[in-house]
Ligand binder design. Sequence first.
Ligand code: F6P
Length: 370
Amino acid sequence: MTSGIKRIAISTGGGDAPGLNAVIYAATLAARNRGWDVVGIRDGFNGLLVSDDYPGGGLIELTRQRVRGIIHQGGTILGSTNRGNPIAYPVQQPDGSWIEQDRTEELLGRFAQHGIDALITIGGDGSLTIGNHLHEAGLRLVGVPKTIDNDLEGTAATFGFDSAVGFASECIDRLFSTATSHSRIIVVEVMGRYAGWIALHAGMASGVHAILLPEIPYRLEPVAELINERAQRGSTYSIVCVAEGAKPVGGEHTVAGQSIGQAVRLGGIGAKVAAELEELTGRESRAVVLGHLLRGGSPTSVDRLLGLRFGAAAVRALDEGRSGVMVALNPPTVDYVPLVEATSRLKTVPPDCDSIQAARDVGIRFGDES
Ligand code: F6P
Protein backbone atom coordinates (compact mmCIF):
# COMPACT_ATOMS: atom_id res chain seq x y z
CA MET A 1 0.00 0.00 0.00
CA THR A 2 1.07 3.61 -0.43
CA SER A 3 -0.38 5.15 2.70
CA GLY A 4 2.71 7.30 3.22
CA ILE A 5 2.61 6.43 6.92
CA LYS A 6 5.92 6.18 8.75
CA ARG A 7 4.89 6.48 12.38
CA ILE A 8 1.64 5.84 14.22
CA ALA A 9 0.46 6.27 17.79
CA ILE A 10 -1.92 4.14 19.84
CA SER A 11 -4.01 5.46 22.74
CA THR A 12 -6.39 3.82 25.20
CA GLY A 13 -9.06 6.01 26.79
CA GLY A 14 -11.97 5.74 29.22
CA GLY A 15 -12.62 2.79 31.52
CA ASP A 16 -10.32 -0.14 30.85
CA ALA A 17 -11.57 -3.48 29.52
CA PRO A 18 -10.00 -6.94 29.21
CA GLY A 19 -8.56 -7.25 25.70
CA LEU A 20 -6.95 -3.80 25.39
CA ASN A 21 -3.47 -5.30 25.40
CA ALA A 22 -4.42 -7.76 22.66
CA VAL A 23 -5.38 -4.80 20.45
CA ILE A 24 -2.11 -3.03 21.27
CA TYR A 25 -0.16 -6.23 20.50
CA ALA A 26 -1.80 -6.83 17.11
CA ALA A 27 -1.73 -3.18 16.02
CA THR A 28 1.94 -2.86 16.98
CA LEU A 29 3.04 -5.97 15.14
CA ALA A 30 0.84 -5.31 12.07
CA ALA A 31 2.31 -1.78 11.86
CA ARG A 32 5.91 -2.86 12.45
CA ASN A 33 5.51 -5.57 9.81
CA ARG A 34 4.71 -2.73 7.39
CA GLY A 35 7.89 -0.91 8.42
CA TRP A 36 6.08 1.73 10.52
CA ASP A 37 7.26 3.03 13.89
CA VAL A 38 4.76 2.72 16.72
CA VAL A 39 4.43 4.72 19.94
CA GLY A 40 1.88 4.44 22.71
CA ILE A 41 0.46 7.55 24.38
CA ARG A 42 0.20 7.23 28.13
CA ASP A 43 -3.13 7.67 29.92
CA GLY A 44 -5.39 8.57 27.01
CA PHE A 45 -3.99 11.81 25.56
CA ASN A 46 -2.35 12.96 28.80
CA GLY A 47 1.03 11.62 27.65
CA LEU A 48 0.99 14.35 25.00
CA LEU A 49 -0.96 17.05 26.84
CA VAL A 50 0.87 16.96 30.17
CA SER A 51 4.04 15.13 29.11
CA ASP A 52 6.09 16.88 31.86
CA ASP A 53 4.11 14.86 34.42
CA TYR A 54 5.75 11.69 33.10
CA PRO A 55 9.36 11.03 34.04
CA GLY A 56 10.86 9.63 30.83
CA GLY A 57 8.13 11.23 28.69
CA GLY A 58 4.52 10.64 27.91
CA LEU A 59 5.17 8.32 24.96
CA ILE A 60 6.14 4.66 25.12
CA GLU A 61 8.08 3.19 22.18
CA LEU A 62 6.06 0.11 21.23
CA THR A 63 8.70 -2.31 20.06
CA ARG A 64 8.25 -6.01 19.39
CA GLN A 65 9.89 -6.67 22.76
CA ARG A 66 7.61 -4.24 24.60
CA VAL A 67 4.44 -6.01 23.44
CA ARG A 68 5.75 -9.54 23.88
CA GLY A 69 3.56 -11.65 26.19
CA ILE A 70 0.84 -9.06 26.80
CA ILE A 71 -2.13 -10.67 24.99
CA HIS A 72 -3.40 -12.37 28.12
CA GLN A 73 -2.81 -9.42 30.47
CA GLY A 74 -5.77 -7.42 31.78
CA GLY A 75 -5.77 -3.60 31.84
CA THR A 76 -3.68 -1.58 29.39
CA ILE A 77 0.09 -1.22 29.33
CA LEU A 78 -0.46 2.40 28.20
CA GLY A 79 -2.66 3.44 31.13
CA SER A 80 -6.04 5.07 30.68
CA THR A 81 -8.08 7.94 32.06
CA ASN A 82 -11.57 9.34 31.84
CA ARG A 83 -10.25 12.78 32.87
CA GLY A 84 -8.27 13.74 29.79
CA ASN A 85 -10.82 14.92 27.23
CA PRO A 86 -8.81 17.35 25.02
CA ILE A 87 -12.01 19.11 23.94
CA ALA A 88 -13.03 19.88 27.52
CA TYR A 89 -9.84 19.46 29.50
CA PRO A 90 -10.36 19.98 33.26
CA VAL A 91 -8.08 22.74 34.62
CA GLN A 92 -8.03 23.75 38.26
CA GLN A 93 -8.08 27.48 38.98
CA PRO A 94 -6.06 29.16 41.79
CA ASP A 95 -9.28 29.48 43.84
CA GLY A 96 -9.79 25.68 43.65
CA SER A 97 -12.64 25.78 41.12
CA TRP A 98 -12.44 23.94 37.79
CA ILE A 99 -12.87 25.12 34.23
CA GLU A 100 -12.75 23.20 30.97
CA GLN A 101 -10.40 24.15 28.11
CA ASP A 102 -10.47 23.10 24.45
CA ARG A 103 -6.91 21.86 23.83
CA THR A 104 -7.55 20.34 20.38
CA GLU A 105 -5.13 22.59 18.47
CA GLU A 106 -2.40 22.06 21.05
CA LEU A 107 -2.88 18.28 20.84
CA LEU A 108 -2.75 18.28 17.02
CA GLY A 109 0.48 20.30 17.29
CA ARG A 110 1.99 17.64 19.59
CA PHE A 111 1.17 14.88 17.09
CA ALA A 112 2.94 16.86 14.36
CA GLN A 113 5.89 17.70 16.64
CA HIS A 114 6.42 13.98 17.36
CA GLY A 115 6.16 13.05 13.68
CA ILE A 116 3.03 10.96 14.25
CA ASP A 117 1.16 10.47 10.97
CA ALA A 118 -1.91 8.65 12.29
CA LEU A 119 -3.59 7.47 15.47
CA ILE A 120 -5.35 4.29 16.51
CA THR A 121 -7.59 5.24 19.40
CA ILE A 122 -9.14 2.46 21.44
CA GLY A 123 -12.14 3.50 23.47
CA GLY A 124 -15.83 3.53 24.22
CA ASP A 125 -18.48 6.05 23.27
CA GLY A 126 -16.71 9.00 24.96
CA SER A 127 -13.23 8.32 23.55
CA LEU A 128 -14.54 7.59 20.06
CA THR A 129 -16.59 10.82 20.08
CA ILE A 130 -13.32 12.62 20.87
CA GLY A 131 -11.70 10.58 18.09
CA ASN A 132 -14.31 11.75 15.61
CA HIS A 133 -13.69 15.35 16.65
CA LEU A 134 -9.93 14.94 16.14
CA HIS A 135 -10.53 13.34 12.74
CA GLU A 136 -12.73 16.28 11.73
CA ALA A 137 -10.00 18.62 12.96
CA GLY A 138 -7.57 16.98 10.53
CA LEU A 139 -5.97 14.02 12.33
CA ARG A 140 -5.75 10.73 10.45
CA LEU A 141 -7.39 8.31 12.82
CA VAL A 142 -9.08 4.91 13.18
CA GLY A 143 -11.11 3.90 16.23
CA VAL A 144 -11.38 0.52 17.95
CA PRO A 145 -14.52 -0.22 20.00
CA LYS A 146 -13.89 -1.14 23.61
CA THR A 147 -16.23 -1.43 26.55
CA ILE A 148 -17.37 -4.10 28.95
CA ASP A 149 -20.84 -2.55 28.64
CA ASN A 150 -21.20 -3.60 24.96
CA ASP A 151 -23.18 -0.42 24.30
CA LEU A 152 -21.51 0.80 21.09
CA GLU A 153 -23.55 1.09 17.90
CA GLY A 154 -22.23 -0.23 14.61
CA THR A 155 -20.47 -3.32 15.94
CA ALA A 156 -22.00 -6.66 16.86
CA ALA A 157 -19.76 -6.73 19.95
CA THR A 158 -17.09 -4.81 21.80
CA PHE A 159 -14.17 -6.64 23.36
CA GLY A 160 -14.25 -6.80 27.16
CA PHE A 161 -17.91 -7.75 27.28
CA ASP A 162 -17.38 -11.50 27.12
CA SER A 163 -14.82 -11.37 29.96
CA ALA A 164 -17.14 -9.25 32.10
CA VAL A 165 -20.13 -11.53 31.52
CA GLY A 166 -18.06 -14.66 32.16
CA PHE A 167 -16.75 -13.37 35.47
CA ALA A 168 -20.14 -11.99 36.57
CA SER A 169 -21.72 -15.39 35.84
CA GLU A 170 -19.04 -17.16 37.85
CA CYS A 171 -19.67 -14.82 40.81
CA ILE A 172 -23.44 -15.28 40.59
CA ASP A 173 -22.97 -19.06 40.48
CA ARG A 174 -21.12 -18.79 43.78
CA LEU A 175 -23.83 -16.63 45.32
CA PHE A 176 -26.42 -19.31 44.61
CA SER A 177 -24.88 -21.70 47.13
CA THR A 178 -24.63 -19.20 49.97
CA ALA A 179 -28.10 -17.79 49.21
CA THR A 180 -29.47 -21.36 49.38
CA SER A 181 -27.66 -22.18 52.63
CA HIS A 182 -29.05 -19.09 54.35
CA SER A 183 -32.44 -18.90 52.64
CA ARG A 184 -31.67 -15.36 51.59
CA ILE A 185 -32.38 -12.98 48.76
CA ILE A 186 -29.11 -11.84 47.19
CA VAL A 187 -29.09 -8.81 44.90
CA VAL A 188 -26.05 -8.60 42.61
CA GLU A 189 -25.21 -5.18 41.16
CA VAL A 190 -23.20 -5.16 37.95
CA MET A 191 -21.90 -2.34 35.76
CA GLY A 192 -23.98 -0.92 32.93
CA ARG A 193 -24.84 2.77 33.06
CA TYR A 194 -27.37 3.08 30.26
CA ALA A 195 -27.29 -0.42 28.77
CA GLY A 196 -28.10 -3.60 30.66
CA TRP A 197 -26.26 -6.10 28.47
CA ILE A 198 -24.03 -7.42 31.28
CA ALA A 199 -26.94 -7.84 33.71
CA LEU A 200 -29.08 -9.53 31.05
CA HIS A 201 -26.45 -11.95 29.77
CA ALA A 202 -24.84 -12.82 33.11
CA GLY A 203 -28.21 -13.03 34.82
CA MET A 204 -29.65 -15.35 32.20
CA ALA A 205 -26.51 -17.49 31.97
CA SER A 206 -26.62 -18.04 35.74
CA GLY A 207 -30.36 -18.62 36.00
CA VAL A 208 -31.24 -15.72 38.29
CA HIS A 209 -34.86 -15.06 39.17
CA ALA A 210 -35.14 -11.36 38.32
CA ILE A 211 -33.11 -8.93 36.22
CA LEU A 212 -33.44 -5.15 36.47
CA LEU A 213 -32.21 -3.14 33.50
CA PRO A 214 -31.82 0.56 32.63
CA GLU A 215 -34.04 -0.09 29.59
CA ILE A 216 -37.02 -1.39 31.59
CA PRO A 217 -38.16 0.81 34.50
CA TYR A 218 -39.09 -1.54 37.32
CA ARG A 219 -41.49 -1.98 40.23
CA LEU A 220 -40.39 -4.39 42.94
CA GLU A 221 -43.84 -5.76 43.71
CA PRO A 222 -43.80 -8.34 40.86
CA VAL A 223 -40.28 -9.39 41.91
CA ALA A 224 -41.36 -9.76 45.55
CA GLU A 225 -44.38 -11.75 44.41
CA LEU A 226 -42.14 -14.20 42.55
CA ILE A 227 -39.82 -14.51 45.56
CA ASN A 228 -42.79 -15.33 47.80
CA GLU A 229 -44.17 -17.84 45.32
CA ARG A 230 -40.78 -19.51 45.13
CA ALA A 231 -40.61 -19.70 48.94
CA GLN A 232 -44.05 -21.33 49.04
CA ARG A 233 -42.76 -23.94 46.58
CA GLY A 234 -39.83 -24.61 48.93
CA SER A 235 -37.16 -22.49 47.22
CA THR A 236 -36.41 -20.16 50.08
CA TYR A 237 -33.64 -18.24 48.31
CA SER A 238 -33.72 -15.95 45.28
CA ILE A 239 -31.13 -14.10 43.22
CA VAL A 240 -31.72 -10.74 41.55
CA CYS A 241 -29.24 -9.22 39.09
CA VAL A 242 -29.43 -5.44 38.73
CA ALA A 243 -27.55 -3.12 36.36
CA GLU A 244 -26.14 -0.04 38.09
CA GLY A 245 -28.23 2.16 35.79
CA ALA A 246 -31.59 0.51 36.51
CA LYS A 247 -34.34 2.91 37.55
CA PRO A 248 -37.69 2.41 39.28
CA VAL A 249 -40.77 3.49 37.35
CA GLY A 250 -40.87 7.30 37.56
CA GLY A 251 -37.56 7.34 39.47
CA GLU A 252 -33.97 8.34 38.84
CA HIS A 253 -30.55 6.70 38.67
CA THR A 254 -28.88 5.88 41.99
CA VAL A 255 -25.80 8.09 42.10
CA ALA A 256 -22.67 7.23 44.10
CA GLY A 257 -20.86 10.53 43.49
CA GLN A 258 -19.40 12.91 40.95
CA SER A 259 -15.84 13.89 40.10
CA ILE A 260 -14.57 16.79 38.06
CA GLY A 261 -14.30 16.09 34.34
CA GLN A 262 -16.44 12.95 34.60
CA ALA A 263 -20.05 11.98 34.28
CA VAL A 264 -21.80 11.14 37.55
CA ARG A 265 -20.72 7.84 39.06
CA LEU A 266 -23.59 5.44 39.45
CA GLY A 267 -23.78 2.90 42.26
CA GLY A 268 -25.85 1.78 45.22
CA ILE A 269 -28.93 0.48 43.42
CA GLY A 270 -28.21 -3.08 44.63
CA ALA A 271 -28.35 -2.11 48.32
CA LYS A 272 -31.52 -0.11 47.72
CA VAL A 273 -33.25 -3.01 45.95
CA ALA A 274 -32.13 -5.49 48.63
CA ALA A 275 -33.53 -3.28 51.43
CA GLU A 276 -36.83 -2.80 49.61
CA LEU A 277 -37.19 -6.51 48.83
CA GLU A 278 -36.52 -7.34 52.48
CA GLU A 279 -39.27 -4.93 53.45
CA LEU A 280 -41.72 -6.30 50.85
CA THR A 281 -41.08 -10.02 51.48
CA GLY A 282 -39.95 -10.11 55.09
CA ARG A 283 -37.02 -12.26 53.93
CA GLU A 284 -33.41 -11.56 54.81
CA SER A 285 -31.55 -9.88 51.94
CA ARG A 286 -27.96 -9.03 51.04
CA ALA A 287 -26.43 -6.94 48.27
CA VAL A 288 -23.16 -7.59 46.44
CA VAL A 289 -21.54 -5.06 44.10
CA LEU A 290 -19.28 -6.57 41.45
CA GLY A 291 -18.29 -3.14 40.09
CA HIS A 292 -14.70 -2.82 38.89
CA LEU A 293 -14.02 -6.54 39.36
CA LEU A 294 -15.78 -6.89 36.01
CA ARG A 295 -13.17 -4.70 34.33
CA GLY A 296 -10.17 -6.50 35.80
CA GLY A 297 -8.40 -9.75 35.13
CA SER A 298 -7.31 -11.67 32.12
CA PRO A 299 -9.44 -11.48 28.93
CA THR A 300 -11.30 -14.57 27.76
CA SER A 301 -10.11 -16.16 24.54
CA VAL A 302 -13.13 -14.58 22.80
CA ASP A 303 -11.97 -11.08 23.83
CA ARG A 304 -8.33 -11.84 23.01
CA LEU A 305 -9.28 -12.92 19.51
CA LEU A 306 -11.61 -9.95 19.00
CA GLY A 307 -8.88 -7.59 20.24
CA LEU A 308 -6.31 -9.14 17.89
CA ARG A 309 -8.67 -8.95 14.91
CA PHE A 310 -9.62 -5.33 15.72
CA GLY A 311 -5.99 -4.23 16.22
CA ALA A 312 -4.84 -5.72 12.93
CA ALA A 313 -7.92 -4.38 11.07
CA ALA A 314 -7.23 -0.87 12.38
CA VAL A 315 -3.74 -0.98 10.84
CA ARG A 316 -5.14 -2.32 7.56
CA ALA A 317 -7.66 0.54 7.55
CA LEU A 318 -4.89 3.13 7.91
CA ASP A 319 -2.84 1.38 5.24
CA GLU A 320 -5.85 1.54 2.90
CA GLY A 321 -6.05 5.29 3.46
CA ARG A 322 -9.13 5.24 5.68
CA SER A 323 -9.75 7.76 8.47
CA GLY A 324 -12.69 8.67 10.70
CA VAL A 325 -13.86 5.07 10.85
CA MET A 326 -14.23 2.50 13.60
CA VAL A 327 -13.39 -1.15 13.08
CA ALA A 328 -16.51 -3.20 13.73
CA LEU A 329 -17.48 -6.82 14.15
CA ASN A 330 -19.92 -7.72 11.39
CA PRO A 331 -19.98 -11.52 11.66
CA PRO A 332 -18.30 -13.40 10.19
CA THR A 333 -15.95 -10.55 9.32
CA VAL A 334 -14.55 -7.29 10.67
CA ASP A 335 -15.27 -4.17 8.65
CA TYR A 336 -15.50 -0.40 9.14
CA VAL A 337 -18.26 2.04 10.06
CA PRO A 338 -17.99 5.85 10.15
CA LEU A 339 -17.15 7.05 13.66
CA VAL A 340 -19.93 9.58 13.46
CA GLU A 341 -22.41 6.72 12.99
CA ALA A 342 -20.95 4.54 15.72
CA THR A 343 -21.15 7.39 18.26
CA SER A 344 -24.51 8.83 17.25
CA ARG A 345 -26.39 6.82 19.88
CA LEU A 346 -25.82 4.05 22.40
CA LYS A 347 -26.74 0.44 21.67
CA THR A 348 -29.15 -0.43 24.45
CA VAL A 349 -31.06 -3.67 25.07
CA PRO A 350 -34.22 -3.73 22.91
CA PRO A 351 -36.97 -4.60 25.43
CA ASP A 352 -38.56 -6.96 22.90
CA CYS A 353 -35.37 -8.77 21.83
CA ASP A 354 -35.32 -12.56 21.79
CA SER A 355 -33.10 -12.80 24.87
CA ILE A 356 -35.63 -10.88 26.94
CA GLN A 357 -38.41 -13.03 25.50
CA ALA A 358 -36.45 -16.18 26.36
CA ALA A 359 -35.85 -14.89 29.88
CA ARG A 360 -39.56 -14.18 30.32
CA ASP A 361 -40.40 -17.62 28.89
CA VAL A 362 -38.35 -19.33 31.60
CA GLY A 363 -39.95 -17.18 34.29
CA ILE A 364 -37.36 -14.44 34.93
CA ARG A 365 -39.03 -11.19 36.05
CA PHE A 366 -38.00 -7.70 34.91
CA GLY A 367 -40.20 -5.71 37.29
CA ASP A 368 -42.58 -4.52 34.55
CA GLU A 369 -45.08 -7.36 34.98
CA SER A 370 -48.63 -6.40 35.90
O1 F6P B 1 -16.47 0.80 31.48
C1 F6P B 1 -17.75 1.35 31.52
C2 F6P B 1 -18.16 1.45 32.93
O2 F6P B 1 -17.89 0.16 33.37
C3 F6P B 1 -19.59 1.81 33.30
O3 F6P B 1 -20.51 0.78 33.32
C4 F6P B 1 -19.40 2.40 34.67
O4 F6P B 1 -20.45 3.24 35.04
C5 F6P B 1 -18.13 3.14 34.51
O5 F6P B 1 -17.34 2.37 33.61
C6 F6P B 1 -17.38 3.41 35.79
O6 F6P B 1 -16.11 3.84 35.49
P1 F6P B 1 -15.13 4.60 36.48
O7 F6P B 1 -15.39 4.12 37.86
O8 F6P B 1 -13.78 4.25 35.96
O9 F6P B 1 -15.43 6.05 36.32
